[in-house]
Design a protein around this ligand. Structure first.
Ligand code: GLC
Ligand code: CA
Length: 533
């Protein structure tokens, strides 16, 4: 008998930014009970798993990515009991729960760090990267913070520096200390025991830094000083592989659990090297999160990622909480046609698609004046880089004052177009983006070629149309997407010419109709899915 693929291969994963999904207790901040309340919506959409951005206790310098307690829920989001209720209610609907583990650094308010800075002989001192000034004075080496400025913060009382890859309120842990390693494995156990199905590992390739603290060589370019160093020594050290193996063994001892890694600042090859049967189940490649909207751009991104992965299982993603939303990046018109093209791509490619809340209704970034920006790194780089707050605005459920997200003023403004662009409006419009996503998800589920099959690019020099076939033991499906605003043709490979195809999705052919030919014409921004008869 053929082996069924595991859920995380066949499934679709939906990222929720908990502060912004649904606020049930009217304090303007999304909460766990709110997410539980909306599970039927997600179940109806057809997703298989939810990745929750961090829900742990946090002073919110980096909105949850600065954790002050790994084994409790922040009171803003609710309680552990609310969390258990969410897991149970999600599982009842066959939806898995994936937590975001931020283990490269803690908050500076975490009791471990508070202890560690008390004295050099404090038992927790070595849990963080404390180092003496360089012999010439000043920081131990030239490492920088991704969020701007130097990576070392001086502590007068200790006459030492600690390292922080992100904000100074996010000190990096010393993963070479076996106690840190044990404490973190215990964090995994804590949540696995509570029934979670997997983890998204935040910037995991940064856990280990060079033991000798060597300076990074200069080189590279980009808008930040950070881009002007070659990051040989402050990330991606070989010690990460055995650690991933250890974590994987722990996960495997709990049954079919999942871990997906955010490989920070890396090439597709580097990200792929951490994936495998004894390491991560999957990793992210962020090449697609650019502004470009063209067949050649996506073709290259897809091919590069797939060739780096070799036979490993891919993920594809167009949106997350760190980047401007795709609708904004592509300057999508109100008709959402370009978003229908990118959605069709995302949901018919080989591998696991990741959606970001609100993507299915085409949410746009909110515009913020400088004084409204809350994310510190966005303040620092304003207006050079788009603020990350832009993509974190409240979910647009309906056309009421606060978009049905809350009865109180939300922590970030609601998008001004929420009256027209929201779930309720789109649910009642069969031509809406929401219906389009739901339809694609249904199509993906119904066709083994799409959720489990192999993939092959066709007509690869076509400047307008991205086209590929998907194939399983049962069927062959063809996908063709016109990324341009002009009609365009694509050519079938020889073996498919003059064969008969059934129309699954098209804007100019009727569904269920059959079609044939050597060349097919697509209308502007048309998305075509055919099945070989
Ligand atoms: C990851 C997160 C980002 C966070 C950073 C530091 O890149 O996605 O939101 O600011 O890690 O934890
Ligand atoms: Ca709330």
């Amino acid at each position: 008998m053929k082996k069924e693929l595991p859920w995380w291969k066949k499934g679709i994963i939906y990222q929720i930014y908990p502060r912004s999904f649904m606020d049930l207790n009217s304090d303007g901040i999304g909460d766990l009970e709110g997410i539980t309340r909306q599970l039927d919506y997600l179940s109806d959409l057809g997703i298989d798993a939810i990745w929750l951005s961090p829900i742990y206790q946090s002073p919110n310098v980096d909105f949850g990515y600065d954790v002050a307690n790994y084994v409790d829920v922040d009171q803003e989001f609710g309680t552990l009991q609310h969390f258990d209720q969410l897991v149970t209610a999600a599982h009842q609907r066959n939806i898995k729960i994936i937590l975001d583990l931020v283990l490269n650094h803690t908050s500076d308010q975490h009791p471990w760090f508070v202890e560690s800075r008390k004295s050099k002989d404090n038992p927790y001192h070595d849990w963080y990267m404390w180092h003496d000034p360089s012999p010439k004075g000043g920081p131990p080496n030239n490492w920088l913070s991704w969020f701007g400025g130097g990576g070392w913060e001086y502590d007068q009382h200790l006459d030492q520096y600690y390292f922080h890859m992100f904000y100074k309120e996010q000190p990096d842990l010393n993963w070479r200390n076996p106690q840190v390693r044990q404490a973190m494995l215990d964090v995994y156990r804590f949540w696995l025991d509570r029934g979670v199905d997997g983890f998204r590992m935040d910037v995991f390739n940064m856990y280990f830094k060079d033991k000798d603290l060597r300076d990074n060589p200069l080189g590279g370019k980009g808008p930040r000083k950070f881009n002007h160093q070659l990051h040989l020594y402050d990330m991606s050290q070989p010690e990460m592989h055995p650690l991933l193996q250890e974590i994987r063994q722990l996960l495997d001892s709990y049954g079919e659990k999942y871990m997906v890694g955010e490989t920070f600042y890396s090439s597709p090859q580097q990200a792929a090297a951490y994936i495998g049967d004894d390491q991560l189940h999957a990793g992210f490649d962020f090449s697609m999160l650019g502004r470009k909207f063209s067949a050649p751009f996506f073709r290259k991104a897809i091919k590069d990622w797939l060739s780096a992965l070799d036979e490993k299982w891919p993920n594809f993603v167009l949106n997350n909480h760190d980047n401007s939303r795709s609708a904004t990046r592509y300057k999508a018109k109100k008709d959402d046609k370009v978003l229908k093209v990118s959605a069709t791509m995302l949901l018919t490619l080989v591998g696991t698609p990741f959606l970001y809340y609100g993507e299915e209704i085409g949410m746009r970034d909110i515009f913020l004046w400088r004084h409204q920006v809350l994310d510190p790194v966005s303040k620092r780089y304003w207006p050079l880089l788009p603020p990350r707050d832009g993509c974190r605005s409240p979910m647009q459920w309906d056309g009421t004052d606060f978009a049905g997200f809350s009865n109180a003023k939300p922590w970030l403004p609601v998008h001004p177009a929420s009256e027209q662009r929201n779930v309720i409006v789109q649910q009642s419009d069969p031509a809406s983006l929401l219906h389009f996503y739901k339809n694609l998800i249904t199509i993906r589920r119904a066709h083994s070629a799409l959720h489990s099959g192999s993939m092959e690019m066709i007509d690869e020099s076509n400047p307008s149309i991205l086209a590929y076939t998907r194939q399983s033991d049962e069927e062959t499906v063809l996908v063709a997407l016109n990324f341009t605003k002009k009609a365009a043709n694509f050519v079938l490979p020889v073996q498919y010419r003059e064969k008969s195809w059934n129309v699954i999705l098209s804007q100019h052919l009727q569904e269920q109709e059959t079609t044939t030919g050597t060349k097919f014409a697509l209308q502007p921004l048309e998305t075509l899915i055919l099945r070989l008869n």
